[in-house]
Structures are given as C-alpha cells and as structure tokens.
Design a protein around this ligand. Structure first.
Ligand code: PLP
Length: 279
C-alpha cells in the first residue's frame, strides 16, 4: 500500500492510495491469483489433475493459469479464441513454456463456450478437466477477490478497480465497508452489459447484490486491448512522475479515469480514494 504523492492530487485535496496487488507474485499477478486461489483448492479437492480454460490470444488469465498449473502441479489446457497464428505471440509462448497445451476455437463456437456441446467435445479430446471460465471469473473467483479488501488498508471513501468480466468489482463491492462507493472502470467498449454480470456474480457468490457500486464506461480508449495517443501520453507522464509503468490493458485506463473524475469534480475535495492495481 502506498500513497501517491502528486501535485494534481494536492491541488484537488484528494488523497490517493494504491493497493499494489500487482506485486503479489511475478507470474500470477494481482487479481488473477485472487481468482485462481479457491478454484485451485476446489480442483484439488475434486481430484482433478487438469485445468482447462478459455481466453483471447493476449489473455492475462491464460498466462496466469499456465503458471499456476506449473507451480501447483496441474496439467493445463488453454482454449484460445480464433485461429492459430504462428509464430506464437509472447503471451502464448509463455503459456506453452509453462506446459500449457493450446487448442483453438472458431469465434462462433467460442461464444458457446458454456454450452454442453462445446464442453463435451473438449472432454472427448482431452479427458476430464476442471473448468475455469473465460477471464477466470466464477463464484469462487469472486470470493477470492473479496479478500483484496479484508487485508489492512488506510481508511478510504471510494475504491476504484478495472473491469474485464466484472468479477473483481463484484467481490470488492461485497467487501467494502458501509458508506464506501466502488467504481469499476470498464476496459472494454460498450461495458454497460457488465452491470447485469456483476449483479449475477454477486448473487451467485454471496446470495445478495449490493448497491454500493457503479461502472464507468467512458474510459475504454477504443476498446479492449486498444490504446490511443491520450492513453499513451497519460502512461508516459505517469511513468515520469512516479517511475511506475502502468499496465495498459486495464490499470492505466482506471488511473486515467480517476484523474478525470478529480478534474470533473466527481471525486470531491477531501476524498480518500483507494485504487486497486490489479496487475
Ligand atoms: C484480468 C484483469 C482484470 C479484469 O478483472 P475482472 O475480474 O475480469 O473484471 C483487471 N486488471 C488486470 C490487470 C487483469 O489482468
């Protein structure tokens, strides 16, 4: 936990604390570890020896699952959206170096990844497995993310996190103290659908939804895994001020949203903000 010293914050009378979940582990950073933790325990309890999961070719979750498999003794299978592109990109090369077997699904089948036909076919090909959904988000993952806020933190009135599937936001919001607002910043374009997903995840994991959260859909910078000159300039400026290179797919978009919300007055003078550096 560090407090960010920044003249823009001082001018606005806002205090900003960073929860450095990116430092949890070099191979399984931040929220990917939170989301895997109880799933790995469940897989072991069920006697599973293989983990199978889904992701895009640049998925942090695919990387993290491959590393977790290597460290904790599971075989891993990564089902990648779209066609194989050789040579493999750096993420997929890393996954393979951790022992992950890769297979590819066309986009139509990929959309049906929860469907029985797709699962049956994968079981025929690979044998039994413990299934982790895309992005690693399920009930157990949301319970793991809850723990981000059960560790000691300074007092705060607002929490920010980035959103991909909304699993992290669902867990954080259920753990936030009374009166604290949790804002998820969508890394994808058209992130409005996340509202229903977060509600569903909270109900499934905790039997109740909370109303202390909201989603910012204005800071996607062109869409998932897209970046533009504004975002690049923000990252460069932040690195110069703080010698910290923000992860750009999620974390930089969230940080940029925080400074925009300070400028616009949505974050008011006197606020104490906690930003979750998820990776
Ligand atoms: C995967 C990921 C997220 C997205 O988390 P969700 O729980 O899917 O919303 C956020 N930040 C980083 C760094 C990630 O790798």
């Amino acid at each position: 936990m560090v407090e960010l010293q920044d003249d823009r914050l001082a001018t606005a009378s806002v205090r900003l604390f960073l929860k450095r979940d990116d430092l949890i582990n070099a191979e399984i950073p931040g929220n990917k570890w939170r989301k895997l933790k109880y799933n790995l325990a469940a897989a072991r309890d069920l006697g599973a020896t293989t983990l199978l999961t889904f992701g895009g070719a640049y998925s942090n979750h695919i990387r993290a699952t491959s590393a977790a498999g290597m460290h904790f003794g599971f075989d891993t299978i990564g089902v990648i959206r779209g066609e194989e592109h050789l040579p493999l990109n750096e993420s997929l090369r890393y996954a393979v170096s951790c022992g992950m077997r890769l297979t590819y699904l066309d986009r139509t089948s990929y959309r049906e990844q929860q469907g029985q036909a797709v699962i049956d076919d994968l079981e025929r090909r690979f044998g039994p497995f413990y299934l982790l959904p895309e992005g690693g988000t399920n009930e157990l993952a949301v319970r793991g993310c809850r723990e981000i806020l059960t560790e000691p933190t300074p007092s705060f009135d607002t929490v920010y996190c980035p959103c991909g599937t909304g699993g992290t936001l669902a867990g954080l919001a259920s753990a936030a103290p009374d009166g604290v607002q949790v804002i998820g910043v969508s890394a994808l374009k058209g992130g409005g659908f996340l509202v229903d997903d977060v509600r569903r995840l909270q109900s499934a994991a905790f039997g109740a939804e909370s109303t202390n959260w909201a989603i910012d859909t204005e800071h996607h910078f062109g869409g998932f895994a897209k970046r533009n000159a504004t975002l690049n300039a923000f990252i460069d400026d932040f690195r110069e001020r703080h010698t910290l290179t923000l992860e750009w797919v999620y974390v930089a978009k969230m940080m940029c949203a925080i400074f925009d919300h300070i400028d616009s007055g949505r974050i008011r003078a006197g606020s104490r903000v906690l930003a979750i550096i998820t990776g």
